[in-house]
Design a protein around this ligand. Structure first.
Ligand code: BTN
Length: 236
């Protein structure tokens, strides 16, 4: 269960970093949120520009995880964001592994970090949802927000509270059930990519988080760090 304690800041470097640095004073399920992040972190060393007006938060899952728990955890988080947006009338999809898109544009990013060396001792989940920002500068072609979809502003605290409720409900649901919902909202299944100059169809995502690709009857399984999904095609 997350969200019994919510620490709120007006300005911070990164909510994920805050949790990492204050780990010993924080408990399982604690949430840290900030109006602005000065060094918001994205995946793969990217910077997550974090101006006032959007939702930036992280939560700590302070318990041991098996490596095989990670993809199911990701499905719970992604499905929770999808359901949250649907409550506001926004239909979003999950771009494997964990970007949330609305009509090809990113509305939410999820950064999962772990602590521990040979085993996972805890997980820090960071989520950025574009809420009231309407100008993304050079990223205008790639990013969107709730306000751009709805034409009106949404209360950021209300969104966080809805996320907490939805996540707490979903984490109790059987992982196979959430996985089925994850696949239903997948943006990538059924699309095509080029790999080693061959066209491959993305047939499936397995419960352990691998992409199942087929090309001329040959099936292969690969993980997200072996491939870029920058260019996805519909069959033409
Ligand atoms: C991505 O690259 O898509 C992941 C972006 C994750 C951004 C969120 S905002 C709250 C939390 N704190 C951070 O520094 N990053 C995550």
């Amino acid at each position: 269960m997350i969200g019994k304690n919510v620490l709120t800041f007006t300005e911070i470097d990164s909510t994920n970093n805050y949790i990492r640095l204050n780990y010993s004073n924080l408990n399982n399920g604690d949430i840290v949120t900030s109006e602005v992040q000065l060094y918001g972190k994205g995946r793969g060393d990217h910077h997550w520009i974090s101006e006032k007006g959007n939702l930036y938060f992280s939560f700590l899952l302070k318990k041991e995880f098996a490596f095989t728990d990670m993809f199911p955890l990701l499905t719970v988080i992604s499905v929770s964001v999808i359901e949250l947006l649907r409550e506001y009338g926004i239909e979003a999809r999950i771009k494997y592994p964990n970007d949330i898109l609305v009509e090809n544009k990113k509305i939410c990013g999820i950064l999962i970090e772990t602590t521990g060396y040979q085993s996972i001792q805890s997980v820090i989940v960071g989520i950025g949802i574009n809420v009231n920002q309407i100008d993304f500068g050079i990223l205008n072609e790639k990013a969107t927000s709730m306000k751009l979809r709805l034409n009106n502003e949404t209360d950021i605290t209300e969104i966080l509270n809805r996320f907490i409720d939805i996540y707490n409900k979903n984490e109790l649901i059987q992982k196979e059930t959430i996985y089925t919902v994850y696949k239903k909202y997948s943006y990538v299944i059924g699309k095509y990519i080029h790999l080693n100059d061959e066209k491959h169809r993305i047939d499936n995502i397995t419960l352990d988080g691998l992409l199942e690709l087929s090309s001329e009857g040959h099936v292969k399984r690969i993980s997200f760090n072996e491939i870029s999904l920058e260019e996805l095609y519909d069959d033409k």
